[in-house]
Design a protein around this ligand. Structure first.
Ligand SMILES: Nc1nc2c(ncn2[C@@H]2O[C@H](COP(=O)(O)OP(=O)(O)OP(=O)(O)O)[C@@H](O)[C@H]2O)c(=O)[nH]1
Ligand SMILES: [Mg+2]
Length: 489
């Protein structure tokens, strides 16, 4: 591995960025909270509910500063970064609260600043504390973190690892078209734009197929091939790894040389700036995971989620990664891994979901040497779309959850209109999370299954005066206490 992959100017810029952040932090205390997770994990819903609860004095008993009434005057303020799109809080809340639909998928980075005044808990603190904290919440796709390992790989290494993974398991079938094309072309022939494009397109199609396959294989880098944004069609996204590259140096003007150059461009234009300008400035981080979806898709998906999480968490441990140490000026000191959408389960299973989250990151923590280093796992629901109840069946009381299935949802052949409520038996998670990782054998039919019904967001209760209450949640306050509590002490 090259000793330093960032140039001197990169380091200098990061140091400067951090200095400016810190200097303004002295006058005005701020904390940058990163919110990430793979697509559809629940980032937008999490931030919307978090902000709604903070703004509307929500039920947050486990957030100590709120419980003891030390927080006042919570407001949204203009964000510090002019170049990052604003998190469209009002639109998302309008969807959630008024239309009772889930907000649209977002797919890019966005930011929102919320500022609160607070009274320090200790008399000593009150003397010195300015009693004002701004929280800059940054929402970004977890897929972008998976690009980090590319910084340590040259085009040959990237090609070799990508091609060999594409030839294993289910991926073999999904990568056939791309690999067939890639094997049929002459890499050292003069570069031709149309060939490059066809290669990039079939490669991107393979990456997409992995993701949309019902086994839900996790994303592989390069992350922007699935979420190109405004780089769509640019040369930095028009390349593909090559199989069986000759040992010789790529001839000048050849397709291989072109691919090599574009791969480097991707790293320089996409990967480095993200880590330098966004990731390196975070103080705290929450990683959201949709463990229930993985459980439903079976052990291969659960193992795959574990693999993706390991890669994601490795980004938070710069000490173990020289590339990252070089890129990062300061270090994220608290990471929360939260299994979301716990409202799909009865509360008896919440602890089991938490246990599963723990099991999912255990090995990662061990491998990247993060044990005890400010990481915690929880099961939460940013928005609680269900209520709990019991039904009597054959003389037995069964725990159920009650909610309004979204229009068009079908349960046991019954189609719902988006108005009618129903009770479903959510299913149990196993006591021992290990069962969820074990390979499936046809004979065993005791594999747990969770009933995932897509419920509408809840109808908000009103106070006596008719004002709407804040969005109901599960353990959101505990998550906030872990992430922010010490800064409001
Ligand atoms: N019941 C329930 N469903 C949730 C919750 N959070 C998220 N969801 C569901 O998960 C979907 C995805 O949530 P988002 O917050 O949009 O996920 P995201 O990570 O922002 O997704 P992208 O923007 O596509 O990356 C939502 O449309 C909801 O259906 C929750 O707390 N409870
Ligand atoms: Mg989103």
């Amino acid at each position: 591995m090259p000793p330093s992959l960032t140039s001197f100017t990169d380091d200098a810029r990061i140091a400067l960025d951090n200095l400016t952040d810190r200097a303004s932090g002295l006058i005005h205390p701020t904390i940058r909270l990163g919110v990430t997770g793979l697509s559809r994990a629940g980032k937008t819903v999490f931030i919307s509910s978090l902000v709604h609860n903070l703004l509307n004095a929500g039920r947050l008993p486990l957030l100590e500063a709120y419980r003891s009434g030390r927080v006042s005057n919570v407001r949204l303020e203009p964000q510090p970064d002019d170049a990052i799109p604003r998190f469209q809080y009002e639109d998302h809340i309008n969807a959630l609260v008024n239309d009772r639909i889930w907000p649209d998928s977002t797919r890019a980075i966005s930011e929102l600043r919320i500022t609160l005044d607070y009274e320090s808990a200790s008399g000593w603190g009150r003397m010195f504390s300015r009693g004002k904290l701004s929280i800059d919440i940054v929402d970004y796709p977890g897929e972008w973190l998976l690009d980090l390992p590319l910084l340590a790989q040259d085009f040959r290494q990237f090609s070799e690892s990508t091609v060999s993974l594409a030839q294993t398991g289910i991926r073999q079938e999904l990568s056939r078209d791309w690999l067939q094309l890639a094997q049929s072309i002459d890499q050292d022939a003069p570069a031709d734009e149309m060939t490059a494009r066809r290669l990039a397109e079939t490669f991107a199609a393979y990456l997409k197929a992995c993701k949309s396959d019902e086994r839900s294989l996790s994303t592989l880098p390069p992350g922007r091939f699935l979420m190109p944004g405004d780089l769509e069609g640019s040369p930095a996204l028009t390349f593909a790894p090559l199989p069986n590259m000759p040992e010789t140096k790529a001839p000048k003007g050849s397709l291989r040389a072109m691919m090599e150059r574009r791969y480097d461009a991707y790293k320089n234009i996409v990967v480095k700036p993200f880590f330098r300008e966004h990731f390196a400035r975070l103080d705290r981080q929450i990683v959201l995971i949709d463990a229930l979806q993985a459980i439903n898709r079976g052990p291969e998906a659960v193992q795959d989620l574990e693999r993706a999480l390991t890669d994601v968490l490795a980004c938070f441990r710069p000490g173990s990664n020289s590339i990252l140490s070089a890129l990062l000026g300061r270090r994220i000191d608290k990471v929360l891994v939260a299994a979301t959408k716990a409202d799909h389960l009865h509360h008896e299973s919440h602890d089991r979901l938490e246990k599963l989250a723990g099991r999912l990151v255990d090995r990662a923590i061990e491998r990247i040497g993060m044990a005890g280093a400010g990481i915690e796992m929880m099961a939460i629901a940013s928005v609680r779309a269900t209520r709990e109840a019991t039904v009597k069946e054959d003389g037995q009381l069964l725990p159920v959850i009650v909610g309004t299935p979204m229009a068009g949802e079908t349960i046991n052949g019954e189609r719902f209109d988006g108005e009618r409520k129903t009770a479903v038996f959510p299913g149990d998670l196993p006591e021992d999370p290990e069962t969820l990782f074990r390979g499936m054998d046809a004979a065993s039919n005791d594999l747990p299954e969770v009933n995932i019904v897509r419920f509408r967001p809840p109808l908000l209760e009103r106070t006596a005066t008719g004002a709407k209450l804040s969005i109901p949640h599960i353990r959101l306050d505990r998550a906030l206490q872990f992430l922010l509590g010490d800064r409001l002490a």
